[in-house]
Design a binder for this molecule. Structure first.
Ligand code: HDE
Length: 721
């Protein structure tokens, strides 16, 4: 799909700024970087056709030199990512809490650039690995850039930034053999976890389905740290930031995620790119949880501890605005790769807290850009430029673009009228919140950070049975890949503090000694002093999320002779519900329906795969079905969709094909395979001979909206003890 410029609905200030840097080579003569036209680009200049290449060939020298220097270091973490443009609008003025300008006027569209990423893998690794996802947003506000550099998990592994290099060394590929790529299923990662138990809560999240999202468009985002909102009276509130996807929070299943990593390593970026190109703009609501300054100590967790959430049931998330992502980049290197996010980029009205992880990040981000982008002027790279004007006395350095005029570059001065000059808060000058601080210089951590398990338990308590099963299996996979028996045992013993059944299940799966009783109070939760209490946080379970068929991809399996009436009804229902159908058949080209109508095939069973779709519809029509039934890959396609708990829609005529896929319709004699009755399986939508095609089509859409049909899984796998 081509990115068609000029067709984008929203031309914002950032876009106009980028426009000044865009270049099109279409129809232009080729030149050197000095603008000299080139007459020949096939052969280097030689002394005789078989002779040595001549040094004076400036075109050859320049072309090769530039190529030799095309790579920059990848990000030390979050190396693989994908960026898109969009805009943000606040719902109502937030003046009472913050003076941040972009949070005042609902009519203002603030341009944003968002980069989604995995954390551990290299730039060329797969999208669907088990990992946290980065969710970094640059707001180009009229007061300067505000970067919200968050993740799709609301807590972090460690409490102090000093430990970050240790954490990353442990989860990256092991140094002696550089394995495994983009995976935490290895000894050093789990050794770190077992010996740094503050990680328990985040590990519960990374072992959950949150770490294998279906789409970047279907995951939450979190600022993780506690920040401050400051209003124009200088009053502050502690605040946590959230992104809530309007499509709900949905995940892949692990077997599928691993297969996608091979079939389409670009799965998530392709999904995002295609959604935007087809006008299905991803939308996220911006949420805030706020706590008054005088409530700071009202909780049984420390609000500065980044391994803790503020349960939404205790402190509700107020949705205060919406972000719409509506434009793909023109050039991934120029925009996504050169984007420099920094958690320290704040605007008046937003300030920091003393969270020691946040404080450490304030140092790290500029430092890493200096090596990655090669000097101190990376703020001048188009994607990083604020739309607000930049005036200061900083000068020179590698790759300086700005031509600063005038004699003076120091403050204070008299020769240059003392410009540029600092301005008061009333004129928008940033003033740090005047928090009173006192203490001795100590290398220490507050006792209030010492509880490592209560919220890990809260998370476990909040999961549905099927989510608990997924967590157990994830642990068994990850810890099962660890070679050291000692590390495996340590992990089991550590997670006995979270839940005894969980630890026993891991022990069984990885063959180590079951833990001695430890977890104790299974129902332990999180409390506000003298007030509300939560022993489970329903908001944490993905089963309670928004459900929608919109933008779900459905494989339409069909061949010549498909039932044209049924196909029409189904495609109409899909179009109405914004479901995205793609026809898969034996060969590319056109197929003909029962009435002679023709349909274009988008994929073959070789170029595509069941794991790349949310659901399968086997088109009716005896001839078409008979043809597909004879193709092994078509039958496997359905089997796999069914095994990944996806919706399978078909007419009763397809009973034979389904049976080949292990789905025996109303056949009590069947001894193998899965559920037999569509009544028992919400995801099996079978059109009986007499049923109206429109009714069938609507049922199919309803089933697709459910994402997955976990009832099927719970029958296939015995529930946890
Ligand atoms: Fe980062 N992190 N981080 N991080 N982080 C980077 O900056 C760091 C942390 C996050 O799409 C680096 O430009 C330290 C938490 C995202 O470009 C680096 C600590 C959260 C991205 C860095 C943390 C994040 C990064 C690597 C512990 C969630 C990708 C390249 C104190 C709230 C941004 C770069 C993008 C990237 C340091 C912990 C999110 C090295 C020292 C917690 C989304 O500066």
């Amino acid at each position: 799909m081509d990115h068609k410029k000029g067709q984008q609905p929203h031309k914002d200030m950032k876009d106009s700024q980028l426009e000044e840097f865009r270049v099109s080579d279409a129809g232009e003569p080729m030149t050197t970087n000095q603008g000299v036209r080139i007459s020949e680009d096939e052969h280097s200049l030689k002394a005789g056709a078989r002779g040595p290449t001549l040094m004076e060939d400036f075109h050859f020298r320049e072309k090769l030199t530039h190529f030799d220097h095309e790579r920059i270091p990848e990000r030390v973490v979050h190396a693989r990512g994908f960026g898109v443009h969009g805009y943000f609008q606040v719902y109502k003025p937030m003046t009472k809490y913050t003076k941040a300008k972009f949070l005042q006027d609902p009519s203002i569209k603030t341009p944003v650039f968002v980069r989604f990423s995995t954390v551990a893998g290299s730039r060329g690794s797969a999208d669907t690995v088990r990992d946290a996802r980065g969710f970094a947003t640059k707001f180009y506000t009229e007061d300067g850039n505000f970067d919200l550099v968050g993740n799709n998990i609301p807590v972090f592994f460690i409490q102090d930034a000093l430990k970050f290099p240790d954490l990353v060394h442990a989860f990256k590929p092991e140094p002696h053999n550089e394995m495994p790529q983009a995976s935490t299923a290895h000894d050093t990662h789990w050794d770190f976890i077992a010996n740094n138990t503050e990680s328990a809560h985040m590990v519960m999240w990374t072992m959950s389905d949150r770490a294998i999202p279906r789409s970047y468009r279907m995951m939450e985002g979190f600022g993780v740290h506690t920040f401050r909102f400051v209003n124009d009276k200088g009053e502050a509130h502690f605040v946590k930031f959230h992104w809530k996807p309007l499509l709900g929070v949905h995940s892949l299943v692990w077997d599928e995620a691993q297969k996608i990593a091979g079939k389409d390593p670009d799965f998530h970026r392709r999904d995002l790119w295609e959604a935007i190109e087809t006008g299905n703009y991803p939308e996220f609501e911006f949420g805030v949880q706020m706590i008054r300054e005088d409530e700071e100590f009202n909780f049984d967790f420390d609000i500065l501890d980044p391994t803790k959430i503020w349960p939404e049931e205790l402190i509700p998330v107020q949705r205060i605005g919406k972000m719409t992502l509506n434009r793909n980049v023109d050039n991934v290197f120029a925009e996504t790769e050169q984007a420099a996010f920094h958690v320290g980029n704040v605007v008046p009205g937003i300030d920091f807290s003393n969270d020691p992880l946040l404080q450490g990040r304030l140092f790290s981000y500029t430092d890493t850009q200096l090596i990655r982008l090669g000097g101190p002027n990376f703020h001048e790279i188009p994607i990083n430029r604020p739309v607000a004007e930049v005036h200061n006395n900083q000068r020179e350095g590698y790759h300086r673009m700005t031509i600063n005029r005038g004699q003076t570059s120091y403050h204070k001065n008299s020769l240059g009228n003392n410009d540029p000059r600092p301005v008061s808060q009333l004129d928008g000058g940033y003033a740090h919140y005047q928090e009173k601080v006192e203490g001795r210089k100590v290398r220490a951590r507050s006792d209030s950070f010492k509880d490592h398990y209560t919220q890990a338990k809260l998370f476990w308590n909040s999961m549905s049975d099927v989510e608990k099963q997924h967590i157990i299996k994830a642990f068994r996979f990850e810890v099962g890949k660890v070679r050291s028996k000692s590390v495996q045992q340590q992990v089991v013993d550590m997670f006995a503090n979270v839940d005894l059944t969980l630890a026993e299940e891991i022990a069984l799966g990885v063959g180590v000694t079951p833990p001695k009783a430890k977890a104790g109070d299974e129902a332990s939760g999180t409390t506000m002093a003298g007030g509300a209490e939560t022993k489970a946080s329903p908001a944490l379970s993905q089963l309670r999320t928004a459900m929608s068929p919109a933008t779900r991809k459905v494989a339409v399996l069909a061949a010549d002779g498909f039932d044209a009436d049924e196909m029409k009804a189904v495609l109409a229902a899909f179009a109405e519900a914004k479901v995205v159908p793609e026809v898969v058949s034996e060969n590319l080209g056109m197929i003909a329906g029962s009435d002679g109508s023709r349909l274009e095939v988008m994929h073959t069973f070789l170029t595509s795969d069941s794991v790349l779709f949310d659901a399968v519809y086997v088109a009716g029509g005896e001839k078409s079905i008979a043809k597909l039934q004879g193709i092994k890959e078509a039958v496997n396609f359905v089997t796999e969709a069914y095994n990944h708990f996806k919706t399978v829609g078909a007419s009763a005529q397809a009973a034979g094909l389904l049976s080949g896929s292990g789905i025996h319709l109303a056949d009590p004699a069947a001894t193998s395979g899965y559920l037999t009755s569509p009544d028992e399986d919400t995801g099996l939508v079978i059109r009986k001979e007499t049923e109206d095609a429109g009714v069938f089509a609507r049922q199919l859409v309803d089933a697709i909206a459910m994402h997955r049909h976990w009832g099927r899984e719970m029958q296939m796998i015995p529930p946890a003890k």
